[in-house]
Design a protein around this ligand. Sequence first.
Ligand code: HSE
Length: 399
Amino acid sequence: MNKKLNIGLIGFGVVGEGVYQVLLNTPSLQATIKKIAIKHPDKKRQAPSDLFTTDVNELLYDDDIHVIVELIDDADVAYKIVKMALQQKKQVVSANKKMIAYHLPELIALQQEYDVSLLYEAAVCGSIPIIRNLEEYFDTDLLNAISGIVNGSTNFILTQIKEKDLRFEEALTLAQQLGFAESNPALDVEGIDAVNKLSILLKHTFGIDALPTELLHKGITQISSSDAQYASEKGYEIKLVANAFRISEHEVVSYVMPQFIKSRHQLCQVKNEYNGVLLSSTLADEQFLYGKGAGRYPTSSAVLSDISALRYGYRYEYKKSKQEKKYSLSNDFLLSVYVSYADGALIRMTDFECVREKYTGANGHYLIGDIRLADLLNASWIHDTGVSLIELRDAGNGK
Ligand code: HSE
């Protein structure tokens, strides 16, 4: 690749503008943004107007542009652009977790067919180098589990509610103002962003191709003040955790769910927009990666790292998919859960293998019991308004 890198930037939102500013102020990177494609030409922007175009083809068909950096949030448009960029034999950096989660097998095939690289460290856990870690460091080690806080906005909201006594809506508004939340924040608070990231992690941890729609996700919108009170009485905090762990030689269980976590646990130290990922492997035992998971500059940091990796021709090799041992997803796993509800009629009790505790009080009702993941996946009641579902276990090493 040329000494000087010309970049075509798609999108000039929170992260796009961050990448622009950092590249401008870091001449040692020898990377210049040649053109920026945007949707709304009339918006006022802090960059020379001749850099901007509304025609993405100006970037995709410019032979002088070597790298396309795609930072828009419309996953369908992003998919079309990234596909065309790869077909034009351009290297691509993207932060679009939904687009990657839904198209990864095809994007991998395109990289091979056109002999180019697509890097997306910024798509999972912002500034934490988790994908490169899984790709490179854990090449030969046997990974057993990955669990973590992978969405900065929900963690920010939960922290603000607990520590600053903010209401859910106030905390969400703040997360939006600080540039942590998605344009549609329902993606954050309903656990959809987290499950998109989990789908990508499954590929790099266990070589599993799983669409986000195959994985259970439950967000934080239904967590009530009585759930928070229960947590604090028992010495827990509530965190939204993405999980994937081996339950047998070839089977992996994976889901996103709020979880009660003991206050001494590492994940409890992860506050606000920080993310934290626990890896468990046979040789290394447990490792904990921690860093900012959302926001302009932490995310820009991961984008820059990818741009810089392209200089030496770096590519993901997807080694876990090529190993002899193949893993598949299993939903045959018993989870211990706490379920609170406004009305007992909302819950299908027959879904539970056992109910160990049931409480009815003036402030709300809850039960504690065991339920199979397969039954939870089929239980539409877990998504009803007034139903809160929180896993009860120590986070970390799978079971
Ligand atoms: N909305 C995302 C989050 C941005 O809060 O984690 C980073 O992916």
